[in-house]
Design a protein around this ligand. Structure first.
Ligand code: CMP
Length: 228
């Protein structure tokens, strides 16, 4: 099997030479997941990590009342399910396909073979986890200290940074509802509506049913860092 470009460009393979990538390709299995189906649930045993070839995956957590907190929306090239492989503990969150999704799965046995043979891949996994920790530190700061405008700006910028959505002539089209944005920003849907309307009036974005077209990420950064 030859790895597709989306998977080769994944941070998992950064700095890995082409021969090693070809050998690694033999260790992966493809898996298609229909929209709405979970790949795994929080608390499950972890048997594999995944690289997204195509589609979108939501990583989320629900509390005992069933209220959902979205940790991330991940797209092509992004990796998930690596934490349970590294610390051999149950899944820390639920992963759900929110579009028809094609995954490359690396199962436990092949995972050990690969990281023993290519320490660069193990190092890349550590980098992926370090990046998430940095992001979470930043997120804790935003959710603790920022008011609603900063929180919504942060949630939109997070989607933008992860290349969520599709590029358009004017920016990026994000398929995200105001409910989903509220879950990401840790605020109410009504507050999101108010803030999104304000951002629309300032020319940062255009909001439609279930989508937001983002034109001005720098404008949102200024809001987030109180530079406006
Ligand atoms: P694992 O714990 O095996 O299963 C759930 C996965 O969700 C986890 O590995 C990570 O790959 C991913 N994940 C957990 N927390 C976050 C986060 N804050 N941002 C992005 N992905 C996450």
């Amino acid at each position: 099997m030859k790895l597709p470009d989306e998977v080769i460009r994944s941070p998992l393979f950064a700095g890995v030479d082409p021969t090693a990538r070809e050998i690694a390709a033999q260790a992966f299995r493809t898996l298609s997941v229909p929209s709405g189906k979970t790949v795994f649930e929080a608390g499950d045993d972890g048997h594999a990590l995944y690289v997204i070839k195509k589609g979108k995956v939501k990583v989320s957590h629900s509390n005992l009342d069933g209220k959902e907190k979205v940790l991330a929306y991940l797209g092509p090239g992004e990796v998930f399910g690596e934490m349970s492989m590294v610390d051999e503990r149950p899944r820390s969150a639920t992963a759900t396909a929110i579009k028809p999704t094609m995954l490359y799965a690396l199962y436990l046995e092949e995972y050990w073979g690969l990281i023993n043979r290519y320490p660069r891949i193990a190092h890349n996994l550590a980098r992926i986890i370090a990046r998430r920790l940095r992001e979470m530190n930043h997120e804790v700061e935003v959710l603790t200290f920022k008011e609603a405008r900063g929180k919504v700006a942060y949630a939109l910028l997070k989607l933008h940074r992860h290349n969520y959505g599709e590029p358009t002539r004017r920016g990026r089209l994000l398929a995200v509802t105001q409910r989903q944005l509220a879950d990401m920003a840790g605020t109410s849907r009504e507050t999101v509506t108010r803030v999104v309307n304000e951002f629309e009036m300032r020319g940062f974005l255009e909001s439609n049913q279930g989508t937001i077209e983002l034109f001005d990420a720098r404008g949102l950064e200024k809001v987030l860092y109180d530079l406006d």
